[in-house]
Design a binder for this molecule. Sequence first.
Ligand SMILES: Cc1ncc(COP(=O)(O)O)c(C=O)c1O
Length: 421
Amino acid sequence: MKSAKATPTPPDKALVLQRSRDHLFPHRIERMASLGVDLVIGRREAYRFWDLDGREYMDFHLNGGTYSLGHRHPQLLEVLRETLEFADIGNHHFPNPARAELAERLAAATGLQYSVFTPSGAEAIDVAIKSARRYTGRRKIVALEQGYHGRSGLSGAAGDDAAAAWFGSDYPAEFIKVAFNDVEAMDLALAGGDVAAVLMETIPATSGFPIPAPGYLPAVKALCERHGTVYVADEVQTGMGRTGKLWGVDCWSLKPDILVTGKCLSGGLYPVSAAVMSREVGAWLAEDGWGYVSSFGGAEPGCAVGCKALELCADPATLAKVESIAAYLGRGLRDIQTRNAFLVEIRQQGLVMGLKFDAPDGGAQMTAALYQHGIWAMFAGFDPSVLQFKPGLLVDTQYCDEALQRFEDALSAITRRSAGS
Ligand SMILES: Cc1ncc(COP(=O)(O)O)c(C=O)c1O
């Protein structure tokens, strides 16, 4: 007789928080507590998750789009389970079928040639920077003041100066920062002909998704071409269908020299990210097979899941759904805006959304209020007046209606509170 599977005892939430305070990240626990947030995620399914204490949340953070296809998407789980029946991560010296297939699929999806797989987005950015340096023989990198590219050495140096300097890993002479949407500043930065790469987040996430001015991104690409500089599109957040196109750069008909993707490529199930590059920029791959090696980059289960995630995101039916759901949510939010002036700006490119509020910490206030009303959404780290609002690609109108109601209730709670104070 088959024995029934024992139900695991739910872990004790207070104990998890205490261990995390003691051994993981005390400051993070404190900062979240200051917002009234003490979340420890237990069960999760599609676009909802449940705290260990049983409270249910709608996920409008999605780990930056990692869960764009939902938590534990059944088809992705099936691929992972099937792969684990016969494979492990594989041996990093050799190709494996899933890695080769994903590289071919990414080449077809980008019009580029080679993929280098890494576990994290930050490492894929490192590879992009190194490839551009190798190709051009130059060292300088130009990035946006408003950009975030991860927290490894080179990717960190390409982001917020203070955060890199905190660990003594800033390189101000080599990593030049310019303002977003400023073509003149970019022109000036590239004019010396000594810049290896321009690193562009297509829509800067951590700054609250300010939308590129019409013509800005193509102008930057044209400057790169004029000055022999490699254009790197960081599509870790804006790729995989979130804008309604497979890649954010497709909205501006822009073909980068290197495209970096991650997060959703993993299906949220097995880490995989990629730097996808042109034949020219990736020429080093034909010269030195060991120029980049990673024990876990391109692991077989991650690549197998990646193939399916890419297939689902690139499906024209998915992209059409993104367009219609984005329009639906946009209408709903604009409607709420007519009743509540605290919401001052709705930034939107498909499901890439930033909501600006009428207070320097308005986005952070909304994070806290939404948490009380059963939505998890994070304010923008570089601009806490903005809330990053990240709906899943496959949500339906019923889910949106419920979320819009919770959103309006949270917003009203804030304005009632400030009217009373
Ligand atoms: C735009 C962007 N690039 C790169 C990264 C780094 O990815 P990872 O956290 O996988 O290292 C992130 C992570 O949030 C990101 O938002």
